[in-house]
Structure formats: C-alpha cells, structure tokens
Design a binder for this molecule. Structure first.
Ligand code: CDP
Length: 228
C-alpha cells in the first residue's frame, strides 16, 4: 500500500510538532514543519527591518526578496530536525518570541504562501509524509488520507509554550506568551488566504486532558484503521 500523507493542523502550541515527529519516527515517514518555513521568512524579514509587531509587514520588500531565500531541513547529529536558511542553521533563531510576534504578519502575504505551499507540496509529493501547520489538510494536501485538527485550552497551551521557552533560557511572562498565542490564532483564522480552519474531513483532537502517550496511541489506531 502507498504510504499515507498525514496532515496535522491546529491552533498555536497544541503539540502538533510533537505528535508529528512521534508519528514520522514510528512509521518511518518524513516530517515537515511548515511553520518553521514561515518562521524562517519572518526571521529574514525581521533582520532586514521589513516587519514589526506594531507596524506589520512591508509586503513589497518581503515579496520582492522571496527568490533570495533557500529553506531546507536537515537532521542534526542527534537526529533532530533542523531548519536551514540559505545554508545557515536557524533552528533556534526562528523560535524566539520576537519571531513569534511577527510571523503571522508575514504568513498572510499571498506570494509568501504560494511559494511555501509549492515547496511543501514538492516535499510531500511521494507520500510517506507527516506535515504540520495551519492549512495542510485544506490547501497543501487536500487529499491527505489522515487529517488531524489539534486544539487545547488556552491555559494548557500557554503553560506548554512558556515551559519550552524557559528551558531555552528565554523568559517571558505567562500573560505575554498567552497574548502571543491568542493574537496569532486570531490573525491565522481571520486572514483571507488559506485561513486556519479544520478541513471538513479532519478528526479533531483536543489534548487538554490527555497525555502524550494516550494521544499517540489514539492516532496510531487511526493510522491502522486507514492502512486496513
Ligand atoms: O509552534 P506553533 O504552533 O506556535 O507555530 P508554528 O507551527 O511554528 O507556526 C508559526 C506561524 O506560521 C503560525 O502562527 C502561522 O501564522 C504561520 N503558519 C501558517 O500560516 N501556515 C502554516 N502551514 C504553518 C504556519
């Protein structure tokens, strides 16, 4: 049987990438973090002064320089997924609050989305892929065999993201972290082009009150069901 395409979408910080990585490892599939690609474009825009939290994005500048950007993924020595921008490792740099605060401004630009969606479709063209993001089941792989839409309560999400940032020595108040998650969700759901929305045939997964392992086992049962 042809390997599956698994699309995982959902709100910010709902553990999409944790689940996607677990599944890719278990099934021997490729994992693609589509959010890292939007973050890489936003990081580059920040460095060039083309975006700010308050003023939004300078669309013309960002769009005009899209061809200069080469985004790749690599596994590091520990087998961890690493994002490269023009050959440089940006894995840590793209996950700061500074980038989180501007990424949704950049992610709503139509040329940015067109370019990244085309790249994502190329990366998953042979199936055997788990991709997480906001529009994977609706736009990137509308024919994916398994679509999951993840959500969790605000408190759980903010607590998780704060713990992740704390572990990296990036200290922010719980209020600031929550404010960022909510404002990104709002921007992602309200944008005109490929807004964050559950695909009609997606299975909803609220993991506010279930453990990582329980969630993993549940999704593996869905995979077995589909594989027949
Ligand atoms: O890790 P977290 O869920 O907080 O975010 P992410 O997956 O790294 O995505 C960062 C941002 O990129 C999102 O808030 C969206 O604005 C954008 N994004 C998108 O528009 N479409 C995708 N397929 C993936 C991410």
């Amino acid at each position: 049987m042809k390997p599956l395409t698994i699309a995982i979408d959902g709100h910010s910080s709902t553990g999409k990438s944790t689940l996607a990585k677990q599944l890719a490892k278990e099934l021997g599939y490729v994992y693609v973090d589509s959010g890292a690609m939007y973050r890489a474009v936003a990081f580059n825009a920040l460095q060039n002064g083309w975006v700010s939290k308050e003023q939004g994005a300078l669309a013309d500048q960002i769009n005009a320089h899209l061809d200069d950007l080469v985004i790749d993924f690599e596994l590091d020595a520990d087998g961890k997924n690493t994002t490269l921008l023009n050959g440089e490792i940006v894995e840590e740099a793209i996950r700061t609050m500074e980038v989180s605060n501007v990424v949704s401004h950049v992610a709503k630009l139509v040329p940015v989305r067109r370019r990244l969606v085309a790249l994502q479709q190329q990366m998953g063209e042979n199936g055997g892929v788990v991709m997480d993001g906001r529009d994977i089941g609706t736009v990137v792989f509308p024919n994916a065999e398994l679509k999951i839409f993840m959500t969790a309560s605000d408190e759980v999400r903010a607590g998780r993201r704060k713990a992740e940032l704390d572990a990296k020595g990036q200290y922010h108040s719980l209020e600031d972290v929550l404010e960022n998650l909510k404002s990104r969700d709002k921007a992602d759901m309200e944008r005109a082009d490929s807004p964050l929305i559950a695909a009609e045939d997606a299975r909803t997964l609220d993991n506010s009150a279930i453990s990582r392992e329980e969630q993993f086992q549940l999704v593996l049962s869905w995979v077995s069901e589909l594989k027949g």
